[in-house]
Design a protein around this ligand. Structure first.
Ligand code: KIV
Length: 309
């Protein structure tokens, strides 16, 4: 992933881009109590200004998630999201970052049909958007696909537990791994993702104890969402993190800002300022040069504007 010059400054003025091997190292670098020295901090992002703000704040990984479908496009699930949607947003997110590692989520239908299509689409994310890695949902049943992608030098982030693209097969968005058999399945999925060569794995909506067990067992970092605090990193959907959601929010969400209310408040103030004539003010207006200003003054139609001398 290239680091483009920004604000007229050379790439050397910005911190170096985080790499896949550096993310892997975060797993192995532990302090004396066995805790990872620096947890991996991830958020989703879908556009340039958001990516830029999060990058400048030091977020390690920005995922262009297919949560785009619900968070930004107003769909009821992630299923309608297309490769073109993710490509479009990934380009903007890459342009907005100089340090964060950008991962593109492979949307439903882009890797389920056959391996050739999946490879072609994954290559597009790397080549056309400039992301460093792709994410695919599923464990054991994705083993071959992940191995092929990794063999083609495409780093892969896995995703097990609650996999939203399986909403119909799972019968909804419920916590996974609650029974012994179900926990064993999630564990097998996580092991498969690691065995296939993924550089990290998202654990979504699983009991804390199961996530802790998987984190302790795997050599690759685990990134939790609704998986408790023992994972090697955490991820939240940007709009959940920013308090800009409509409808139900999951138990695991913490809003670190309240953008929905702040935007509504700002929009109401703007509306009132326009209606009352206090916006724009004089300082927010352009001004004509002195001579023209005089000729334009009301009650002074000395010569029609545009007339020759
Ligand atoms: O699409 C997405 O945002 C995700 C995260 C929740 C991990 O898959």
């Amino acid at each position: 992933m290239s680091t483009a010059p920004r604000d007229g400054l050379p790439a050397s003025a910005f911190p170096a881009r985080i790499t896949v091997p550096e993310i892997l190292k975060r797993k192995t670098s532990r302090d004396s109590s066995g805790q990872p020295q620096s947890k991996i901090v991830c958020l989703t992002a879908y556009d340039y200004p958001t990516a830029r703000a999060l990058d400048e704040a030091g977020i390690d990984i920005l995922l262009v998630g297919d949560s785009l479908g619900m968070a930004v496009l107003g769909y009821e699930s992630t299923l309608p999201v297309t490769v073109e949607d993710i490509l479009f947003c990934s380009r903007a997110v890459v342009r907005g970052t100089s340090r964060a590692l950008v991962v593109a989520d492979m949307p439903f239908g882009s890797y389920q049909i056959n391996a050739e299509d999946a490879m072609r689409e994954a290559v597009r994310f790397i080549k056309e958007a400039g992301v460093a890695a792709v994410k695919v949902e599923g464990g054991e049943r994705r083993l071959d696909l992940i191995a092929r992608l990794v063999d083609a030098e495409i780093p892969v982030m896995g995703h097990v537990g609650l996999t939203p693209q399986s909403v119909h097969a799972m019968g909804g968005y419920s916590v996974q791994g609650r029974t012994e058999d179900a926990a064993e399945r999630v564990l097998r999925d996580a092991r498969a993702v690691e065995a296939a060569g993924a550089f990290s794995v998202v654990l979504e909506s699983v009991p804390r104890e199961l996530a802790a067990r998987i984190t302790a067992e795997l050599r690759i970092p685990t990134i939790g969402i609704g998986a408790g605090p023992d994972c090697d990193g955490q991820i939240l959907v940007f709009h959940d993190f920013a308090g800009w959601t409509y409808g139900h929010t999951a138990k695991f969400v913490r809003a670190f800002a309240h953008l929905r209310e702040e935007l509504a408040q700002a929009a109401a103030e703007y509306r009132d300022a326009v209606r009352s004539g206090t916006f724009p003010g004089d300082a927010e207006s352009y001004h004509a040069a002195a001579e023209l200003r005089e000729r334009l003054a009301p009650g002074k139609p000395a010569r029609p504007i545009g007339a020759r001398r």
